[in-house]
Ligand binder design. Sequence first.
Ligand code: BDR
Ligand code: CA
Length: 314
Amino acid sequence: LKRVIIDTDTAGDDTIAILTALHYFQVEGITITGGNVQFDQQVENALYTVQVAGHGGRVPVFKGYEAPVMAVGHKQHRTVEDVHGDDGMGGARFPKAEQRPETKHAVDFIIETVHAHPGEISLLAIAPLTNIAMAIRKDPTIIPEIAHLYIMGGTNNALGNITPAAEYNFYVDPEAAKIVLHSGIPMTMVGWEMCTQYSVMDDGDHEEIAALHTAGSRFFTAVNRVVMQFNKTVHKLKGTTHPDTLLMAVAADESIMTKSGLYYVDVETAGELTRGYSVVDLNGRLDREANVRVCEAVDRDSFKRMLLDVLAAI
Ligand code: BDR
Ligand code: CA
């Protein structure tokens, strides 16, 4: 099994992504970064999710940066309770897990773990990139020791979900995204447009999942309650979206990524309307060396099968 660290702003789809990662990887730890909902709620959501997966007490959870470090003044750290429910769990109000967070800072955990296993640890980033950027800044010698970085973030078609142009994770902390994109770490990006094209679970899919009658399927139904309505009304999509879970599936089995390309990718940090927008230089106009493998298509049936396998096993 690949050894990984998950960096997450645990709410909504992050929870299903954590279940997926616990199914397919050896998860060394989970680090929390500011994003979807109130920070401490995200920590509780991660701890509860680990318990749901039956790993309670075995996968440590570390608190990281509660908000962007460099975006001060931009007031962009906007939480999105309207998407995921005020608890980030579809309003399910789960009880507190027994396991408590560690005292070590997330960034130190990332640095120490990568150094302890050089070339072995992959990072699975499903939140604003604050923690990862700060880890690189604090100790750049981890860069050549990271096996691979998988990022859910950005878009490859200028269609955002938080502003017209920007995807949420890049929008919240574009400076962090910029540091990470230019770090030289081998990385794969799964953007928001992959998620709207290949990860939507409609009412029929939800019925199929509910019919599994497992603790995993009941958890899935509960945490997706609010986002189902939000997506139908705001995004005019047919169902729930699973960007973070899609990233995990791609990392677990790259063969489900049916098209990808190496491109130069950068992120807008100065735009008045486009801050956080990811520029994927598809036609090479900037004449810069490629820094990111960008996911361009996914086998949707394989993704769905992987998701159902995870939920059936819990
Ligand atoms: C990303 O934003 C968050 O709301 C989701 O968890 C996902 O990581 C999608 O833009
Ligand atoms: Ca997330």
